[in-house]
Write a protein that binds this ligand. Structure first.
Ligand SMILES: [Fe+2]
Length: 443
């Protein structure tokens, strides 16, 4: 499992990223709105797909990034059903289970700091929010806080977990990162050897100042952290598009690329075209124009929707169909996949050009030439990826993050090799364009 503990210095908040290594599905726990760009960058760098943005409770000290993350990635947001945040996709209850790949996230109801606090148990780690902190607990003097309930949540729920369970809190103010259940049973000054009444007594005498952001944070968090006046995804799409008719707007390839992962993309071509040499826009779903009205029955009519076809015409027909069904925000990719391809943006496809093996030989020849070595006597032959890596390393300092110039240098050398080896020019170009599309995603 991939695991990261992230920190917001402004509000002393920990955000946790967990992800399944196989499926690359990820969850963020207690995101902070001001840190959403950091988190999105990390998700992208680690090639993860955010499935859930969970909160342990409605926070009073910072604004959650959950709503923004949902807009940007299409993830689901979730928190306790008692949190009162009706914007959430998931209203979680005790013992609910969510999964990211083969990893299970179990919901433990741990109220007391607020009425709607949940902890999340993932294997031998528990994310306790503000219910249990390192050598402390969350306060109980606002948001329906109740010291007795918090004592019960900690002692009857969290403290029944195995002693070596690692505890990851929502905040820390003293430089700690983590602790264990056993450690807190022994050393937490509010809990170790303390009765319920003693705990209530301690909590009623803390005399803490109210959090600075409480007036803005709680109402905002009840809206999943979104300010209704902020530009929404649909506003960004409108900015990058032109009105074409009353029913839809024409969206530029660049405008769509900026919102990839944030907006529903429907490809209205036929199944055979979806995986042809042009491929399809990453993340798009297939619904041929003839079956669109049936496919769209259960779709959200308020959410923005982008239609894609080959040249842009069937998309307009699709937009008219959907407009008749009451869809509010329809965008057609201007020029369709032809324009997308021309712009050099990445596409996905299962299509493999015929005669790939011939080019493979030529790439190998290029590899040998650039590598200055002979065919290995023993051991496996390098695969295509390894050969490309080698060609890249010769032409460009970093294969992991190649530059456009490096890519062109490699492709030009491959072209020379292939042409010199007598492969027909048009076949070579088709192959190179196929590889270019695959490799350009790394830039
Ligand atoms: Fe809190």
């Amino acid at each position: 499992m991939i695991f990261r503990q992230l920190f917001d210095y402004e509000t002393w908040t920990y955000t946790y990223l967990l992800a399944d290594e196989q499926t690359r599905e990820a969850v963020l726990v207690d995101s902070v709105k001001e840190q959403v760009e950091r988190d999105l960058k990390l998700l992208s760098e680690l090639e993860l797909k955010l499935k859930y943005a969970l909160d342990t409770h409605v926070h009073a000290d910072h604004i959650t990034g959950a709503g923004l993350l949902r807009e940007r990635t299409g993830c689901q947001t979730g928190l306790s059903e008692y949190g009162g945040a009706h914007c959430a996709d998931l209203n979680l209850q005790e013992d609910d289970e969510l999964t990211i790949g083969s990893t299970r996230i179990r919901v433990l109801s741990t109220p007391g700091h607020t009425n709607g606090c949940a902890s999340y148990l993932v294997g031998d780690r528990v994310f306790t929010g503000d219910a249990l902190l390192v050598r402390g607990t969350g306060r109980t003097d606002f948001q329906q806080g109740d010291a007795g309930r918090l004592y019960d949540s900690i002692t009857a729920r969290l403290f029944t977990l195995p002693d070596d369970t690692r505890v990851y809190p929502g905040h820390d103010y003293k430089g700690h990162e983590t602790t264990t259940i056993g450690e807190e049973k022994r050393h937490n000054p509010r809990l170790a050897g303390k009765s319920r009444d003693q705990f209530i007594e301690i909590m009623s005498n803390l005399k803490l100042a109210h959090p600075k952001k409480i007036q803005e944070a709680v109402p905002a968090n009840l809206q999943c952290g979104l300010d209704r006046n902020e530009p929404r995804i649909v506003d960004h799409l409108i900015e990058s598009s032109l009105t074409a008719s009353e029913g839809h707007r024409e969206l530029s390839p660049e405008g769509l690329r900026r919102q990839l992962g944030s907006v529903r993309i429907v490809d209205v071509r036929e199944p055979s075209e979806f995986n042809d040499s042009l491929g399809h826009v990453p993340g798009s779903e297939l619904a041929p124009v003839g079956t669109l009205s049936q496919a769209a029955q259960g779709w959200d009519r308020e959410a923005p929707l982008v239609l894609v076809c080959r040249s842009g015409r069937r998309g307009v027909a699709g937009a008219q169909t959907l407009q008749g069904m009451g869809f509010k925000h329809l965008f057609n990719l201007t020029g369709g996949m032809l324009a997308w391809d021309k712009s050099g943006f990445p596409a996905e496809t299962d299509h493999k050009p015929a005669g790939l093996e011939n080019l493979r030989d030529e790439i190998f020849a290029c590899y040998l030439q650039m590598n200055g070595s002979a065919i290995p006597d023993e051991g496996p032959m390098p695969n295509l990826e390894e050969m490309f890596r080698c060609c890249f390393e010769q032409a460009d300092a970093s294969f992991e993050k190649p530059t456009a110039e490096g890519l062109d240098a490699v492709l030009n050398r491959l072209r020379d090799q292939a042409v010199a080896a007598g492969l027909p020019g048009d076949q070579v170009e088709e192959h190179l364009s196929h590889f270019r599309k695959q490799l350009v995603r790394r830039i």
